[in-house]
Design a protein around this ligand. Sequence first.
Ligand code: SAH
Length: 244
Amino acid sequence: MKESIFFKLVFALTIIFCSAFLCFCEDDESYARKREKMVRAQLKTRDITDKQVLEVMGKVPRHLFVSPHLRRQAYRDSPLPIDEGQTISQPYIVALMTQHLELKGGEKVLEIGTGSGYQAAVLAHLTDKVYSIEIRENLAKKAAETLSTLNYSQVQVKWSDGYFGWEEHAPFDAIIVTCAANHVPPPLLKQLKEGGRFIIPLGSTLYFQTLTLITKKKGKPKVKQILGVTFVPMVGEVQKKTGK
Ligand code: SAH
């Protein structure tokens, strides 16, 4: 009698374990399908043409950078809320900004505004030195944890005001600012290498900005406007200065 209860229990536990495992695999597979669809429908149909960027966008598990209750929406054509009233950018904007950096591998990249860590993870597939600064302590901690759990050891996260850059690791081949500023922080421009690429949403931090690409040629910035965008504002030192 006791033996039969034991076997029933083992049988029930095996069924529960197998169903949970199957569910987990199915889930992973369904996210991979959503990611593939995102690349096809949101990136290839627009102006994302860089093969490597498309490949990376099809690899990084964006759903693991948002709260569990938002995972199913992670591959939508829109930004999503993360903690502290901040946002993870729309996949297209992440791909577009990354494409403009023209990374070939081996570059040193600085990101201002770590947020969830998703953009940093995308960059980490294209180069092995990514430095990311986040001004909100909790976000910096959480992003560092997520990146470490997913084995993105190429990314270093620092809790600090990104306005001042990361002098210790400067100069950078590329700089990407993922929060809106009304002027280019001079320390960042200074930390950009000659020939380097710098992308930043510039304009009114309350309303709209223009995604702006700056390249440094013979020490002077060359500016190109890319697209109208809306990012969460850069805070800290940038709000005290006008940049003039
Ligand atoms: N790149 C992020 C999204 C960024 S949202 C991702 O992939 O998820 C913009 C982030 O910039 C927010 O997390 C905000 O806290 C941060 N931020 C705002 N001002 C900043 C500053 N001065 N220095 C560093 N980070 C800043």
